[in-house]
Write a protein that binds this ligand. Structure first.
Ligand code: HEM
Length: 409
């Protein structure tokens, strides 16, 4: 029986619901383990009620629950709360954390990574004590959960100091796209893990947990809110974009060679007769790009993020992760008036899988998205980070008031 929390859609045929919010909760520095335990119990109970359509201020008048699901994550700071009973697990140790942005904006996410913070980002809100992932079928169900959370926490404020044990300190929202594509126009999520391999990659096993045995059966969430510079992307012709991604833009077929003029050649026979896209049934053999030795193709995004091919995904060295990303669109004060990108969410038995993928040479190390190194390369500044963090998602235990309650209870 899986002890993973709800909100990780890894089972066969399961797809993440359309709407997403990741909320960061800050604990009052004066609050001790007892107070935080009380606040987390209340949050958990309120969200369970909401999922069943019960809203505190509307007794006896249920609302549609929208299939709301929620997941609670513990960041490194959660273990610094006064009188916490357990130490920070090794999986959230200092080497597993992202760097802070520069006080003047920008700066490297990690030593060895080609991902910078955006120039206007001076603080990273994904470093608070807790995160709550909210997913639901409707925009309302996710938004209402955030508002009800705020109401609940507000109600717990100290009348004299106005301080609450927990406060909402950051919110990032996103959605699934029914066209299965990302903002750069290519199919995304084509080559995710096969469902039978997922639990082995996601779930913390005994060997992964080491001394932190209480984390077995949980997982680690790595979050990156990545803005895409569409203006720059659209200066590139389609063929250049395909060489950077490693797939045909229209069909999603993996590229396997270059022709005599250096143009991309998709896998022969993909998509199979009667289909138009690699995502359609019958194209299963083409979902994962075959290994390539041609240097331009080997430098593309899909090859830099998966160098181990058919190796056992359960082995940490495979650096395979379960991606459950949500796209975003937000208005912005400067032209063109909007910003788009991806809420990258990876679930895996250790954040190390993602961190090594981002920093190892030959993988994404020193590379922003794909292609050759350097900020002046065609995709050298395509992505910028707006927030990023690593969280332990403790396992579900029978009779526990909320996952991870042993840290404070
Ligand atoms: C806005 C940022 C990003 C965009 C637009 C993007 C887009 C894509 C696209 C179009 C594909 C090919 C379709 C597929 O195979 O699913 C892909 C694959 C993939 N991406 Fe990204 N990606 C982004 C960031 C990242 C980051 C930061 C990582 C790693 C930390 C990553 C890891 C992967 C992996 C593991 C695959 C599957 C590769 C394979 O096995 O074939 N992506 N991405």
């Amino acid at each position: 029986m899986s002890t993973l929390q709800a909100g990780i859609y890894h089972g066969p045929g399961r797809r993440p619901p359309a709407h997403f919010a990741l909320v960061f909760l800050r604990a009052d520095p004066e609050a001790d383990a007892r107070a935080v335990d009380g606040a987390l119990r209340a949050v958990n109970a309120m969200l369970h009620d909401l999922a069943d359509g019960r809203v505190a201020e509307l007794p006896g008048h249920p609302v549609p629950g929208g299939n709301l699901e929620f997941l609670l994550g513990f960041g490194p700071k959660a273990f610094d709360i006064r009188e916490a009973k357990l130490e920070c697990p090794a999986g959230l140790g200092p080497q597993m954390r992202f760097r802070s942005p520069r006080p003047t904006g920008g700066g490297q996410l990690l030593v060895g990574s080609g991902l910078p913070y955006a120039p206007d980002i001076v603080s990273n809100d994904a470093t608070e004590e807790f995160c709550l992932q909210l997913t639901a079928d409707t925009h309302l169900a996710v938004s209402r959960a955030v508002v009800e959370l705020w109401k609940l926490l507000r109600g717990g404020r100290d009348p004299d100091t106005r301080a609450a044990v927990l406060e909402v300190a950051g919110i990032h929202t996103g959605f699934q796209r029914e066209d299965g594509r990302s903002w750069i126009g290519f199919h995304d999520g084509v080559s995710n893990l096969r469902s039978q391999d997922r639990e082995g990659v996601i779930s913390i096993g005994e060997a992964d947990a080491g001394q932190d045995a209480w984390t077995v059966g949980g997982t680690y969430l790595v979050f990156l809110r990545l803005a895409v510079d569409l203006d720059r992307w659209h200066t590139l012709p389609r063929e250049a974009q395909e060489l950077l991604v490693g797939r045909d833009k229209l069909t999603g077929a993996p590229l396997t060679a270059l022709d005599g003029a250096g143009r991309p050649v998709p896998a022969v026979g993909c998509p199979v007769a009667g289909t138009t896209e690699v995502t359609q049934p019958g194209n299963e053999d083409f979902l994962q790009p075959p290994p390539v030795s041609e240097p331009v193709l080997a430098a593309s995004h899909v090859h830099r993020v998966n160098l181990t091919g058919a190796a056992d995904p359960g082995q940490p060295g495979s650096l395979r992760v379960f991606r459950q990303g949500y796209e975003f669109f937000e208005t912005a004060p400067t032209a063109p008036g909007f910003r788009v990108g991806l809420n990258f969410v990876g679930f895996q038995d250790s954040p190390d899988r993602v961190l090594r993928m981002l920093t190892q040479r030959g993988w994404l190390g020193g590379i922003n998205f794909g292609g050759r190194p350097g900020p002046d390369a065609p995709a050298g500044r395509l992505l910028s980070v707006r927030a990023g963090g690593t969280y332990l998602v403790p396992p579900v235990r029978d009779a526990a008031p909320y996952p991870g309650a042993e840290v404070f209870g």
